[in-house]
Design a protein around this ligand. Structure first.
Ligand code: F0G
Length: 361
């Protein structure tokens, strides 16, 4: 019998950092690359979505958490800590549990989606709401990890980026080569850094392994307009967006994200909350793919570029959608103008349902 073994075992020869570590896995990775027919027609290109919501805890963080927790375990760590807008904490809590470690998570007060909060609690993490935003949480977590026996598992941990680069490997393995353009949301900027490393490693000879791809894609990153420090060129003290996953004002991997943009000939731009929610609706209603709002920033960015006439005709484009819609489902229950959508109520009679459906009697 065969099953996907998780990113460390599937890509062992490309993860030398993990060579000596025990493997803590929930069989993350191996996510589908889905042809997006409607989007393709809309922008005049071949668009695929890399559906990272199908990872074990519902986001791409699991790719970096299997590596970070495995590496920490190999070093004898008993406890991990992270700052999070929600998904990192859910993932850290699950993998720490699998590894038999304790986990503490620092989250910004009141701005975490319920699904993510529930996951961290379900997996037994010590959840601490901090009176501040994500950037404040990360500063505190870093300080604690410096002086206490606890491993920091945010993406400033090199093992995180190593694991997350495997998503780029999977894209190339599925398409046969790198796409022309890779689009993704940008928050703390770890993921764009990781994808760029993955694509670069696959296109060059690495550790004596022959190149797999003949080229690297342009990296297109999108921040939420109210939390777009890289676009504006300065940190934001009070980042605001409905896409709480990427509500970050001072990304830890800022410089690496700019490198990915510049070396790839790409772009980092912003999209408004309205654009994000429109893309969120479009994806669920035309492609059958349900994501959380932060994930829809990549789709919103692609649509924006298309409206500006900046999408090359017939290009192969991969958009990463980073987290599952069930993480933060409330946005599906609201129309574009903000009214709540209520289900239609009827009596338990076929005739009543037939009327609602417009069937002839
Ligand atoms: N999409 C989702 C769903 C996320 O949760 C995040 C980051 C991003 C995109 C941005 O990725 O930070 O690598 O640029 N979430 C982090 C967290 C900050 O704490 O869960 P990035």
């Amino acid at each position: 019998a065969h099953q996907w073994r998780g990113v460390i075992r599937e890509y062992a020869d490309r993860l030398p950092m993990l060579a000596e570590s025990p493997v803590v896995t929930l069989h993350e990775g191996g996510t589908p690359l889905i042809e997006a027919q409607h989007l393709s027609e809309l922008v005049g290109a071949n668009v695929f979505v890399k559906y990272e919501g199908l990872n074990p805890t519902g986001s791409f963080k699991d790719r970096g958490m299997t590596t970070a927790i495995s590496y920490a375990k190999g070093r004898g760590a008993k406890a991990v800590i992270c700052a999070s807008t929600g998904n990192t904490s859910a993932s850290a809590a699950a993998y720490a549990t699998k590894a038999g470690m304790t986990c503490a998570v620092l989250v910004p007060e009141g701005k975490i989606a319920m699904g993510k909060l529930s996951q961290a609690i379900a997996h037994g993490a010590t959840l601490i709401q901090v009176d501040g935003n994500f950037d404040n949480c990360l500063t505190v977590a870093r300080k604690l990890a410096e002086v206490h026996p606890v491993e920091l598992v945010n993406s400033v941990n090199p093992a995180r980026i190593e694991g997350q680069k495997t998503a780029a490997f999977e894209v190339v393995d599925a398409l046969g080569d790198a796409p022309d353009i890779h689009v993704l949301p940008v928050g703390n900027a770890g993921n764009i850094t990781a994808y760029w490393r993955g694509y670069t490693e696959y296109a060059t000879e690495t550790w004596g392994l022959a190149p797999v791809a003949t080229r690297t894609p342009q990296m297109w990153g999108f921040q939420a307009a109210g939390a777009a420090p890289i676009v504006l060129g300065h940190p934001i003290d009070d980042p605001e967006t409905i896409a709480t996953a990427i509500r970050i004002g001072n990304p830890a991997s800022w410089r690496q994200a700019e490198e990915a943009r510049d070396q790839s000939g790409g772009r980092i731009e912003s999209v408004t909350d309205e654009q994000i929610l429109a893309a969120h609706r479009l994806l669920s209603s035309t492609e059958g793919v349900f994501v959380e709002p932060g994930s829809a920033a990549s789709i919103a960015g692609l649509l924006q570029a298309s409206e500006r006439g900046e999408v090359p005709r017939d290009a192969t484009i991969v958009c990463t959608v980073t987290g599952h819609g069930l993480k933060d489902p409330q946005w599906a229950l609201r129309t574009a103008d903000g009214t709540d959508i209520e289900p239609v109520r009827v009596t338990a009679e076929a005739q009543a349902v037939a009327e609602v459906l417009g069937f002839e009697s």
